[in-house]
Design a protein around this ligand. Structure first.
Ligand code: SAH
Ligand code: SF4
Length: 348
């Protein structure tokens, strides 16, 4: 069975004509229904029953079914646990800002990168998501909430650049005029730093914002918390970031989870400031989210302030990321791993 929602309109037209001998307008009709988020061929009411039956013999439609939904009592941030056709689960979060709705989607079931502070990393890796499964997360959330989502962050479970081809396919599909039509300027991708892939992404010329999970100012600390740093040391990573910023004119957003006693000293801030000096960038400080079994504790507010001051002196803007939905904010993977604190979140 082929994954029909991962085809672009042009690919579907070609495939329908070559494999099924169908005219172009049939592909257009089917593509329109897929974009609307139907879950079965039977919902395609302007297509004959015979053709619907035939399609369902060759193709399947990827869906993201709501297994669990949690709504923050504070700010209506919604966290979903979605189930795919094969029974695997991922999480997505929808946040509402004054400029519209942003969805944080997953790109893999689990992750291979093994960052020591991350709930997803602790759960191991199961499989890559297809482009259609990334689309399905957005479609189900839009339908469920009856809103149009205008911004996407690839910051849920998984390492997007470790699933490069499917992610690039997704970026093309989601931004296509005839598709969900969410412009790449409204999309951010977060990576732990797969340097070769950052250069590849730059060449695609999407104009998406690159977020880089830095979380440490040097190789010694970074290799301890992020094993990927042993393969791509921080110097190489920052070189690729400078290159991306210069080539695209887009500010790099560095994520820095502040862990008490690990990466939050004045020396760390100073070293970070020296390494980022002159780069078109912004630093997002995130008090680390405590994940069971890691023993990490979030930095005190004084440490956060000291960081902002030291970076600011070097001309680097830094902010503490606004926390939405409290417990459900930064670290995806926790819902799949354990049930969330029911005092903070209500299930609906
Ligand atoms: N794999 C990608 C994207 C998914 S992780 C990446 O690592 O960038 C999304 C973000 O959450 C990353 O910045 C990641 O470092 C951060 N994160 C993971 N666990 C966290 C935790 N316990 N506290 C704070 N941020 C965390
Ligand atoms: Fe994977 Fe990102 Fe978690 Fe690291 S922080 S384990 S790269 S999801």
């Amino acid at each position: 069975m082929k994954d029909i929602k991962s085809y672009s309109l042009a690919e579907l037209e070609k495939e329908f004509s070559q494999e099924l001998g169908l005219p172009k307008y049939r592909a257009k009709q089917v593509f329109k229904w897929l974009t609307l988020g139907v879950s079965s061929f039977d919902e395609m009411t302007d297509i004959s029953k015979e053709l619907r039956n035939n399609l369902s013999k060759h193709y399947y439609i990827s869906v993201a079914i709501i297994e669990k939904k949690l709504v923050s009592v504070y700010d209506n941030t919604v966290k979903y646990l979605f189930r795919f056709n094969d029974g695997e689960f991922v999480e997505s979060v929808v946040m509402s800002y004054h400029h519209g709705y942003t969805i944080c989607i997953s790109t893999q079931v689990g992750c291979k990168m093994g960052c020591t502070f991350c709930a997803t990393g602790k759960s191991g890796f199961s499989r890559n998501l297809t482009a259609s499964e990334m689309l399905a997360q957005i479609q189900t959330a839009q339908k469920d909430l009856s809103v149009r989502i205008s911004n996407i962050v690839l910051m849920g479970m998984g390492e997007p650049l470790d699933n490069y081809d499917n992610v690039v396919r997704f970026l093309r599909l989601v931004s296509a005029d005839e598709g969900l039509n969410i412009g790449t300027r409204h999309i951010s991708l977060s990576t732990c730093g797969l340097v070769d892939r950052i250069y590849d992404l730059e060449k695609e010329n999407f104009g998406i914002t690159l977020s880089v999970s830095l979380h440490a100012p040097n190789n010694e600390i970074r290799s301890r918390t992020m094993p990927v740093n042993r393969r791509y040391p921080i110097e190489e990573l920052l070189k690729a970031c400078r290159h991306y910023a210069n080539a695209t004119g887009r500010r790099i957003s560095f994520e820095y989870a502040m862990i008490s006693g690990v990466n939050d000293s004045d020396e760390c801030a100073g070293e970070l400031a020296r390494k980022l000096r002159g780069m078109l960038c912004h630093v997002n400080l995130i008090p680390v989210n405590s994940v069971e079994g890691t023993g990490y504790i979030k930095s005190k507010i004084e440490r956060q302030k000291a960081f902002i001051k030291i970076l600011g002196k070097a001309g680097i803007t830094a902010t503490v990321r606004r926390t939405l939905g409290s417990d459900i904010n930064a670290s995806c993977g926790q819902l799949r791993r354990k049930t969330i604190n029911s005092e903070i979140l209500v299930e609906s």
